[in-house]
Design a protein around this ligand. Structure first.
Ligand code: C2E
Ligand code: CA
Ligand code: CA
Ligand code: CA
Length: 279
């Protein structure tokens, strides 16, 4: 009996060690990557369904790892949040996205919004508004060309706090979108308190809209909710012509997804926009 107990304990212990070791390696790797400039931003366009125009480019972070190649955010954002590294990483993303957009404008390429994803931890920072102000001031980007995407879950976690924060961001002239909309618990009465411009319908509903089942019903409800609150609605994760047809028919305002473009590095953004007739 003694042997079994020891073994189990050992097993558990080495699992803990391994896990802790992996986290240690990842955390240090992220720290070094921030210092070395090994993070980069890919961009995915948002398309107006009526005019066909590109309205924004969403910045999506990647880690360009020397040995592992390009690492997706789902593999490091959670640990960045646990370790607090999301604060410097998030600030880098914000500044980089603003600087990139300002550069596109200064080169005379195009004028559109750059959309930045925010973690709830960033919003809770006392100096968050100051960080945003500084990013805009230092890069010279006009606030109307910055969009912030905040998930519905984060917005609803502490509604009283978010109402005030969103008011201030809105006063600065920044565009606000509620990301992954439909996965949280917003009601119409909640929503009308928030200064937001756009509801971004979660891709889990967009997936099945062409099948005329529950996804189509939910999507229709979200689009009409947006209309009654005077908010624009964008659908993310649009992959098929069938989904696009449904979204046009239900008068969704904008779309984003692999059907138009996957997230691409900045050099390809220029090519993509030129291909659509921009300069
Ligand atoms: P998200 O903000 O909901 O972004 C949408 C994700 O769906 C992106 O994955 C995008 O590449 C992917 N996607 C776009 N079009 C399609 C499509 O047609 N079909 C499918 N199946 N997927 C599509 P990605 O880039 O791996 O990012 C995953 C998540 O990581 C993001 O979800 C966001 O929550 C987070 N994230 C990315 N960049 C940042 C960042 O800079 N800061 C923070 N805090 N989070 C970020
Ligand atoms: Ca997003
Ligand atoms: Ca989303
Ligand atoms: Ca998501």
């Amino acid at each position: 009996a003694k042997g079994v107990g020891n073994n189990m304990f050992r097993c558990y212990d080495s699992y803990m060690d391994e896990n802790a070791h992996r986290r240690f390696v990842m955390e240090n790797g992220m720290r070094r990557a921030l210092e070395n400039g090994d993070f980069l931003l890919y961009y995915q366009p948002k398309v107006n369904l009526v005019t066909g125009e590109i309205t924004a480019m969403e910045a999506l972070v990647r880690w360009d790892h020397a040995e592992l190649g390009i690492i997706a955010p789902s593999d490091f954002i959670p640990l960045a949040e646990e370790t607090g590294l999301i604060i410097p990483l998030g600030e880098w993303v914000l500044r980089q996205a603003c600087a990139q957009n300002k550069w596109w404008q200064d080169q005379g390429h195009f004028r559109l919004r750059v959309a930045v994803n925010l973690s709830g931890y960033q919003l809770q920072q006392a100096e968050f508004l100051e960080v945003v102000r500084r990013a805009l001031a230092d890069t010279g980007l006009d606030p109307q060309y910055l969009e912030l995407e905040i998930t519905e879950t984060v917005v609803m976690q502490n509604p009283d706090f978010t109402v005030r924060l969103l008011d201030q961001l809105c006063e600065m002239g920044i565009h606000i979108s509620i990301d992954d909309f439909g996965t949280g618990y917003s009601s119409l009465s909640h929503l009308k308190r928030f200064s937001v411009n756009t509801l971004k319908m979660d891709k889990s509903f967009v997936k099945g809209v062409a099948e005329n089942g529950p996804d189509a019903a939910i999507a229709t409800a979200i689009i009409s909710m947006g209309r009654s609150l005077n908010l624009s609605v964008i659908a993310e994760g649009v992959e098929t012509e069938g989904q696009l047809e449904f979204l046009k028919k239900t008068e969704c305002d904008e779309v984003q997804g692999f059907l138009f473009s996957k997230p691409i590095p900045p050099e390809e953004v220029l090519r993509f926009m030129k291909g659509r007739g921009a300069h």
